[in-house]
Design a protein around this ligand. Structure first.
Ligand code: NAP
Length: 306
């Protein structure tokens, strides 16, 4: 039986792993669907302490993984599908068919990009509609793009996309951004960015193969207009990856795991860390911090049991 299984290899899971591995408890991390988590999809991380010149998100993940491995953390590429209590712990069922027994679990499955939920989006997914500028931006050299959203991600993705696209237009459903002042300032200083306020994407238009534009609705006037573009990037927030936890641990009404200040969930022996339980901060550093806390608490739980 494993001591600790950590579900998720984002910065929360990796930080928990560093702490648990340093306590000689050799945790096992299960990658989940998005190995490395959201940092794999970001460019420069400028607000993680210790990196005055910023650090690339993928490098931060790779370094943290190396650090956890150095102390004895083990990694498995698979996705947790279910778990059930057993004598002395839990049994986790993985999509690949394996069943693994463990004394404790840390849920650090993070959150995945939110989609608009309109039929045309489904049709053009991967053919002009994307949720990842870092992954797909390079395909839009010399093209025109829209970014949907008004938060820090929308600002960050837009700025990144101006490296390739001739023009990036942000479509936001309100008349002011949610993004932090510093990100808004950077966005507004860039000559290749524009904004269309008070508008939502009603439909993604295309020629059957690729995106050619969008149908926009002004939410104040109800006017419908068509806007030509070659790509649509969505930056409208995230949804916690907790589907497999329904009925197993307490979730809030938005689907986030309910964890107390010690990162304990409603089930004794199961802890949560990172964006899967964070409705407020959602920062790399807070994810890492909660990973540290969950790791230390899991370690304490095991010590008290033995
Ligand atoms: P967010 O802050 O939740 O912003 C999501 C944006 O999408 C909001 O402007 C929201 O509009 C809009 N939106 C949501 N659902 C929509 C829908 N169905 N249709 C149209 N628009 C919709 O998400 P985020 O930008 O991904 O940021 C998440 C967290 O990560 C934040 O805490 C942010 O500070 C952090 N972050 C930080 C950095 C950085 O510091 N460099 C970079 C990226 C993210 P409303 O404003 O009207 O609600």
């Amino acid at each position: 039986m494993e001591n600790v299984i950590i579900l998720g290899t984002g910065i929360a899971g990796l930080t928990a792993a560093i702490y648990i591995a340093r306590a000689n408890l050799s945790p096992l991390l299960i990658s989940g669907q998005e190995d490395g988590g959201q940092l794999m999809l970001t460019t420069e991380v400028e607000n993680f302490p210790g990196f005055p010149d910023g650090i690339n998100g993928q490098d931060l993940v790779a370094n943290s993984k190396k650090q956890a491995e150095k102390f004895g953390a083990k990694f498995k590429t698979d996705i947790a599908e279910d778990f059930n209590p057993i004598d002395g712990g839990f049994e986790i069922s993985l999509m690949g068919g394996d069943k693994i027994q463990t004394k404790t679990i840390i849920i650090a499955t993070g959150a995945s990009a939110r989609w608009l939920g309109i039929p045309s989006e489904e049709k053009y997914k991967g053919r002009g509609v994307s949720t990842c500028a870092t992954c797909d931006g390079a395909f839009y050299k010399g093209k025109e793009i829209i970014v949907v959203g008004g938060g820090d991600s929308a600002m960050e993705e837009s700025l990144f996309l101006t490296k390739f696209a001739t023009k990036v237009t942000v479509i936001h459903r309100r008349d002011e951004f949610r993004a932090s002042k510093i990100m808004q300032d950077k966005f507004q200083k860039n000559e290749n960015t524009e904004v269309i306020w008070d508008s939502v994407v009603e439909e993604i238009l295309g020629d059957g193969k690729v995106v050619t534009g969008v149908k926009l609705k002004n939410v104040k006037t109800n006017d419908i207009t068509e806007f030509k573009c070659d790509g649509v990037f969505l930056a409208i927030g995230h949804i916690p990856n907790t589907k497999f936890l329904t009925g197993k641990v307490d979730l809030d009404k938005l689907g986030y795991v309910k964890a107390d200040t010690l990162m304990k969930t409603s089930v004794s022996g199961i802890f949560a860390a990172g964006d899967v339980q964070d409705t407020r901060f959602k920062q790399a550093i807070t994810a890492a911090g909660s990973g540290c806390m969950a790791g230390m608490e899991a370690e304490k739980y095991l010590a008290e049991k033995e």
